[in-house]
Design a protein around this ligand. Sequence first.
Ligand SMILES: Nc1ncnc2c1ncn2[C@@H]1O[C@H](COP(=O)(O)OP(=O)(O)OP(=O)(O)O)[C@@H](O)[C@H]1O
Length: 279
Amino acid sequence: MDLLAGKVKPTAAKSLSAKLDPMDMIEPNIRLTARDVTVHYGAKQALHGISIDIPDRAVTAFIGPSGCGKSTFLRCINRMNDTIEGAKVGGKIELDGQDIYAQDLDVVELRARVGMVFQKPNPFPKSIYDNVAYGPRIHGLARSKTDLDEIVTSSLRKAGLFEEVKDRLQEPGTGLSGGQQQRLCIARAIAVGPEVILMDEPCSALDPIATAIIEELIDELRANYTIVIVTHSMQQAARVSQKTAFFHLGNLIEQGDTEEIFTNPVNKQTQDYIMGRIG
Ligand SMILES: Nc1ncnc2c1ncn2[C@@H]1O[C@H](COP(=O)(O)OP(=O)(O)OP(=O)(O)O)[C@@H](O)[C@H]1O
């Protein structure tokens, strides 16, 4: 199965040229480091000592069979597991060298720096405008209505949605199509100026056309953000990511350049998963 062939086919012919950007040849800076991260849900251990470096301005994909711990690890990166009763996280995660589990760390601020987009688009039951303005209002990011308008407009533009909604910003976000709702959620995350965007299977509820649009958007966003995406689709991982990490039974089995992982995996379990023999 030639997964990388998918890189040239879908709507992404345009973004292929971006993939050949000379900047890609330079090893990007590491933004996030995780060392020996463990997670227990009560007595059950879901992650067994995960260590990984996640680069800036690139897309890192987490792949692996169902239940292997991809989402659990993703939630460690913005401390969403804090909200799950009985979940206990061990080890260390640093964002730009800062321990995100430090006692004095402001978790609300962390979640603005590390935004999250979920499997199912989840706009607030508010207008399109207010969905995007919500975070900037809470965090006091706009000094005036003009400032706020500017943040809303530029966030919608960055999420590739502005042209489609500019004449109906006061209409409910929930009235948009699934793919538009997901881009609205991406605009909402962008509006608070994150450095990292976590995406947990962001296309799993979308049709192929909406999926292709989100994949193109992810490819554009990586110029300015650190993106981590959990995906069940190896084709999607091959299309959108530059780095891939393969998880199995709570362990990180193999990680590296996506091209290497898909064409020349070192580990037998990775090979089996890529070839569709497990999962
Ligand atoms: N809130 C929870 N309480 C108890 N156990 C949980 C909880 N969330 C996840 N788990 C368990 O932790 C393990 C890892 O689950 P996780 O959802 O992280 O895997 P995943 O690789 O993201 O799976 P999927 O691809 O199916 O979403 C599984 O055994 C799961 O049953």
